[in-house]
Design a binder for this molecule. Structure first.
Ligand SMILES: *Cc1c(COP(=O)(O)O)cnc(C)c1O
Length: 303
């Protein structure tokens, strides 16, 4: 990588309380403070559920995770951690899981658990947002502002998108100059990009062509890239970070002339490395949390 490219290591904030998932959940908690409980949804390797379980443990908030899968199958490392951290896991079959974007389904779970619904992408549901004075708080959460402030002073800020929630959170508060360069990591037939064009016709962003990158699996080429960065001391997650770096490398090859000042946002998600047989160093932190039950969760320093 050439000089002039900086990396915002959201993964390095803390082994468990970190990544873009931390900022999204903090954003939601700022808007709906002091929830009795939280309920959310995700897959068996979900970075989102993992972060939510850690935050729930840390803050003493009961969390339920609705998971696509079966209770009688061995838990993935991700879900095993979630359970250790006190998350109640409820397994849904494919048909039930498909309803996760529907307000009826969300309200059913929120009401029956007395919980705030947090969407799969970490955002509050629209019906839930209606219950807060959104006009007053939209884009002004401390979490959104903290993240946006870190992005000042660059020409471009590169971000991997899944649901696009993180990008949506920072776009309105980003200092004027950097352009958001979005690398989409989900095969959705351009749905996210289309919805952004409608929602933010004048926004300073672009979707970077991720060319023929395979979605949904770690190809040999992507694994090689990931291992190359491991050797350089930059651990990446196998879904988002690896595609972000692949897209940036590709893009840099097509550029000549003026070199923009680039900030690459490392979104964390390193716990997901275990899904593809790679190491993750955060496990020890879970064990130490659990071994020190007298340590008030809120005294665990977040650096
Ligand atoms: C979830 C995740 C993303 C995508 O975030 P969205 O807000 O869903 O777009 C990017 N990078 C990492 C490491 C993630 O875990």
């Amino acid at each position: 990588m050439r000089p002039g490219i900086d990396i915002l290591r959201l993964d390095a904030i803390h082994p468990l309380l970190s990544g873009n998932k931390l900022f999204k959940v903090l954003d939601a908690l700022e808007r709906l403070p002091d929830p009795q409980a939280l309920v959310s949804v995700g897959g068996v390797h979900s970075n989102h559920l993992h972060a939510l379980a850690a935050i729930g443990y840390h803050c003493g908030i009961p969390v339920t995770g609705l998971v696509r899968g079966y209770a009688n199958v061995e838990l993935t490392p991700t879900l095993a951690d979630c359970r250790k951290l006190g998350m109640q896991l409820v397994f849904l079959d494919r048909q039930q899981y498909r309803q996760r974007y529907e307000a009826d389904f969300q309200q059913y779970w929120a009401q029956s658990l007395g919980a705030v619904w947090i969407g799969e992408g970490g955002a509050l549901a629209p019906w839930q947002e209606a219950s807060v004075d959104r006009a007053e708080v939209a884009g002004t959460s401390k979490a959104a502002q903290a993240l946006a402030e870190l992005c000042g002073g660059y020409d471009q800020v590169w971000l991997a998108t899944g649901s696009g929630t993180t990008a949506r959170m920072v776009l309105p508060v980003l200092p004027a100059q950097p352009r958001l360069m979005l690398v989409h990591t989900v095969a959705d037939q351009g749905e996210l990009e289309t919805s952004w064009r409608t929602s933010y016709p004048d926004g300073n962003y672009q979707f970077v062509d991720s060319c023929d990158m395979p979605f949904g699996r770690l190809s040999p080429e992507l694994r090689e890239l990931l291992e190359r960065y491991d050797a350089l001391g930059l651990p990446l997650d196998p879904v988002y970070g690896v595609r972000l770096l692949a897209a940036l490398e590709q893009w840099l090859q097509t550029q000549s002339g003026v070199e923009p000042r680039i900030l690459l946002v490392h979104g964390g998600g390193l716990q997901g490395r275990r899904a593809v047989g790679l190491s993750w160093s955060g496990q020890a932190t879970i064990e130490s949390w659990l071994a020190n039950p007298h340590l008030p969760a809120s005294s665990v320093p977040v650096r």
